[in-house]
Design a protein around this ligand. Sequence first.
Ligand SMILES: Cc1cc2nc3c(=O)[nH]c(=O)nc-3n(C[C@H](O)[C@H](O)[C@H](O)COP(=O)(O)O)c2cc1C
Length: 321
Amino acid sequence: MNDNDEVKRALVQAADAARFAPSIHNTQPWRWVVTDGRLELFGVAERQLREQDPTGRMLLLSCGTALHHARVALEAEGWRYEVDRPAGEPLAVLRPVERVPVAPEATRHFQMLGVRRTDRRTVTDERVSEDILRDLAKVTEESGARLHVLGRDQVLALAVAVDRAQHAEDGDDRITAETAAWVGGDRPDGTGVPAAVLPEEVPLTTVAERDFQTAGTLTAGDGHDRAATYAVLYGDGDEAEDWLRGGEALSRLWLAATEQAVSLLPLSGPVEIPFTRQTLRRMLGDVGFPYLAVRLGTLDPAHSAPPKTPRLPAEQVIDVL
Ligand SMILES: Cc1cc2nc3c(=O)[nH]c(=O)nc-3n(C[C@H](O)[C@H](O)[C@H](O)COP(=O)(O)O)c2cc1C
């Protein structure tokens, strides 16, 4: 195999691994083009939630998680690469530069791509330790964003913001129709959130999780999330490039949490609605821009992982030129 073939193979594998990245309502709003020793990432407008996410904030956060997944795959294959984020389309370009020895943590991160899930069941009464929280904040910072862990009063303020955001979205018929198109049922086309990964009932917790307004089939357990930790992922800017980088940091944070057996549940409602986004911004002391609120917690070891959420086949998201 010559060098070109080797690079091409690595790039196709990286794009393939990125299919498992998390995305808003599992829309997978990305497309990859493998060309001339480069891997290009594009956003896909047809898979944007136009009503819920008109500015594309959630689309770009989702594309950022896919970009980070592809980077993890290249690192696990022993490639040093350059990454460009050209502030337009393509959203990003990955270019392998040379072979390097594979770092042990690169292999571990790669393994986590297949283990990470969104688990919407309640977490146990065991708190995530301060040490682990410090670690998670550190890896987030190394990826160009920051993690603000909420104190008690702020958790109550988050609960109110989540509730108001849910209320605003429930009152918008176009948003509820859009959600219904992406969530519930079996999802045979490989996109969206199937009933199998949603709790039978939205658990009664202080900070509510998103109510998708459709019955799930997953047994939720009877926890209350009293020992859950809530945090806001945020950064210095509020432009498209910042959201892409925010998504990369989210992926890095989520893989690190998974490695520590910490469950991460995104709560994006309060970021989607402008007035609750403002509440989150004030919680940060107006020093940054919120990208996502997250619940962190310890999962019940007696629970097996929830089923996997489907993904689009590689042919639909990867073009090899
Ligand atoms: C930017 C972003 C926002 C999300 N917001 C929510 C949310 O508000 N509530 C929720 O239950 N899941 C949320 N998710 C999780 C997605 O629904 C999940 O990643 C997707 O269904 C794929 O499932 P998986 O994470 O188990 O692979 C979000 C994910 C991303 C990347």
